[in-house]
Design a protein around this ligand. Sequence first.
Ligand SMILES: Cc1cc2nc3c(=O)[nH]c(=O)nc-3n(C[C@H](O)[C@H](O)[C@H](O)COP(=O)(O)OP(=O)(O)OC[C@H]3O[C@@H](n4cnc5c(N)ncnc54)[C@H](O)[C@@H]3O)c2cc1C
Length: 447
Amino acid sequence: MADQYFELFTNLSILDYGVIMRIAIIGAGMCGLTTAWNLQKKGHDITIFEKESIPGGLASGFREPHWENYVEKFYHHWFQTDAALMELMEELNLRNEVEFKNPTTVMFYKGKFYPFDSIPAAILYPGLGFGINKIRFGFVGLFLKLTKNWKNLEKFTAENWMTKFAGAAVYRSMWEPMMTGKFGEQYAHQVNMAWLWARIYSRTNQLGTYRGGMQNFFNAFTEKLEECGVKIHFNMAVHSVVKNQNSDFLVKTTDQDCHFDRVIITTSPISFLNLVPEIAGSYQEKLQSLRSIGAVVLIVSMRRPLSPKGYYWYNLPKNAGFPFLALVEHTNFVSPSKFNGETIIYAGDYLELDHEFFSLSDKELLKRFIPGFQKINAEFSEDWIIKCWKYTTTYAQPIPFLNHSENIPDIKTPIPGLFFASMSHIYPWDRGTNYSIDLANRLSSVF
Ligand SMILES: Cc1cc2nc3c(=O)[nH]c(=O)nc-3n(C[C@H](O)[C@H](O)[C@H](O)COP(=O)(O)OP(=O)(O)OC[C@H]3O[C@@H](n4cnc5c(N)ncnc54)[C@H](O)[C@@H]3O)c2cc1C
């Protein structure tokens, strides 16, 4: 009965009834910070708990003392179509700090790299030949750019749909390497076509970043939140969230136990289940059935540029023998002058959690990756390397299976007053900081 009253109460408009709530947000990533921003505007009393020492979550970064810019731990950029992000930047008066550039993305074909970031470049790309395949690729690409009917596409796997409409040769040459690289052999064939549609539909060639690196943005955002009265506790992991008899929540952290009226969790589904052991029934089953893949990334600073032609993003098919899926020369996107003249490289892969790369040290991983650098540039020599850093995450990319819209968990959990928002709630779009903001906006409106 008490729960029913609480449910009724939580559905009332806060502004209409002037209720100020004590709200805990777990996680100071893009979703947690944006949710805090939205809810403090409604006058609530917000506390954020973050287990790390800095804000930004998966998009956070670090810098060496002699660098001007931060570098993200995992390669990050924005797209011109990232509407929720741009709106937030405007609102925070930080829009002028976002800069867009046109770095070159390349595809691999028979031992060589070819630019693939404009229509003329696509026409010249030899991987598709010059006949019917190129025409089919063009028509299918145009259809996917124009249609909005993604719901129909989630009934098919990307592999089956693309093979049928673009042809097996186009799928194998263009999409299969990306699907296998991103989801591994185990899942690549099961990912639905709506996910691939969303990538093609929403992405632009121009790529954006924040002046000084994305960590600069998160630091500025955190400062603004604190100025507005939001309390942020870093280095404070939450261990459990328990609903009390009197309908408030006990949030247990490494340092203290605190009481809140409502709690918003922005971690992975697995962490959510650990934090809230009392969650049960179909909601628990839904979270348990979600699948995701991890990522391992090595950042290397070098004395000289690696890419002989100044390319930014190398798409590498797994069967081409590279020890990583993506090679990203960050300093062909952001000037090396921001890193004291050093070249910054990312080499990374999306991997199953039992992959040995997770347990290798940064130096061991570097050893595995060096032959890949030599394949990119035959002149590469180990004495170009200054330093390397390894970053891993067990939750990098949710897997969208057939009819995935039915698997998305509700933001409102069955426990009244407890909300959950994660990358697994983002669909059909590929997870990204823009969509974490969009998710935070949705969360704030159902709140
Ligand atoms: C390899 C890779 C490349 C990517 N590339 C891009 C890109 O180019 N562009 C883009 O926009 N996005 C990109 N993304 C996705 C982007 O990073 C995420 O979509 C976004 O950062 C998710 O934000 P979030 O707030 O939902 O989650 P997170 O960033 O994961 O934030 C959750 C926070 O919760 C904290 N936390 C977890 N458990 C606890 C606990 N028990 N107590 C307290 N705190 C806790 C974590 O430390 C973290 O800070 C990429 C991601 C990866 C992995």
